[in-house]
Ligand binder design. Structure first.
Ligand SMILES: Nc1ncnc2c1ncn2[C@@H]1O[C@H](COP(=O)(O)OP(=O)(O)OP(=O)(O)O)[C@@H](O)[C@H]1O
Ligand SMILES: [Mg+2]
Length: 299
């Protein structure tokens, strides 16, 4: 029987035995790359995080990316609502041995996958080494499958949200042009800086009525973040106010599927392209690296 240390060494090498009933059918690429882990967050609630996450995932899938969405909003099951799916299991079940990883991962449209974090993500602080090992050995499979992992967080500055932001390879901060949302986005950037976050921060201004309005927000936030916090914030793009968002939410169909030609969808397509083809990406650490950082912050 192999000992614990040997198993850990295998995980560290990214080695994985083929599991029975494995859902990740794709074989590891010949040149193995880590998934980019991108956290989507905001200071103020209700500014469009979940809609951006789900629709961006679908737009990226259209560009040939394998995308996994993790719903890390403990309070509200946002992602599953937009995808009209009810996962039977979440990460907590995985930790408690009630199921396998393949039971936790759900299939969405266009081949995207998603995981409901449930309370599991917040129980990680209480895990013993054996459970940590078990979790990591399972999530390694996700690294091999996904090109991009998008994490939808709750709003606000509490520790739970912040850990996802600081542990990510990249961070998307979303705000609207409302002064309160901008102030809260600034507060988020400030807390991020105080925790020595180093991932590139990129801003999406949602619900703009005109391009000038979005640009003004980017200029203002960018300037104060640089001057007072010494943090660079790049623009990832604007999304126009669009009545089709509410229509799609009511139908529980993602906007880019229900209304592919509407302004919201075109803006999100643009953002997906920027995300994919922009050069400012650090070498990603993947989901295993992400959980490593995440656990470091908890302990
Ligand atoms: N571009 C847009 N145009 C019009 N309405 C929008 C737009 N973006 C978001 N909305 C509206 O805002 C609502 C909230 O969006 P969403 O649930 O994505 O926000 P959130 O930041 O995830 O909220 P929470 O903080 O509660 O998780 C949507 O249901 C929709 O009605
Ligand atoms: Mg949400």
């Amino acid at each position: 029987m192999r000992d614990q240390a040997e198993k850990l060494r295998e995980i560290a090498r990214g080695f994985q035995h083929p599991a029975k009933g494995q859902i990740f059918k794709r074989q590891p690429a010949e040149t193995e790359t880590q998934a980019r882990v991108i956290t989507v967050t905001s200071g103020k609630g209700g500014v469009g995080k979940t809609n951006l996450t789900v629709n961006l995932a679908l737009a990226l899938a259209n560009l040939g990316q394998r995308v996994l969405v993790i719903d890390a909003d403990l309070g509200l099951a946002n992602v599953e609502f937009l995808l009209e799916a009810t996962p039977s299991y979440n990460l907590m079940d995985l930790l408690e041995d009630n199921c396998r990883l393949s039971d936790v991962v759900m299939d969405g449209p266009r081949g995207i996958k998603f995981i409901s974090g449930g309370s599991g993500l917040y129980q990680l602080a209480n895990l013993g080494d054996g459970q940590v090992h078990k979790l990591l050995s399972q999530v390694v499979q996700l690294d091999k499958w996904a090109d991009i992992i998008l994490i939808d967080t709750g709003a606000g500055l509490h520790r739970n949200v912040l850990n996802f932001v600081v542990a990510a390879d990249e961070v998307i901060i979303i705000t609207t042009p409302e002064p309160t949302a901008i102030a809260d986005a600034y507060a988020m950037i400030k807390v991020y800086a105080s925790h020595h976050g180093r991932a590139p921060l990129r801003l999406v201004v949602n619900r703009v009525l005109a391009q000038d309005e979005g640009q003004a927000v980017v200029d203002k936030l960018g300037k104060v973040a640089l001057r007072f916090l010494d943090v660079g914030v790049a623009s990832l793009g604007f999304i126009y106010e669009d009545p089709n968002v509410l229509r799609a939410v009511k139908k529980q169909v993602p906007v880019v599927i229900a209304h592919p030609d509407t302004v919201f969808s075109r803006c999100v397509d643009h953002i997906a392209q920027r995300l994919l083809y922009s050069k400012e990406v650090n070498a990603p650490v993947g989901i295993k690296g992400f959980f490593g950082r995440f656990l470091d912050m908890l302990r």
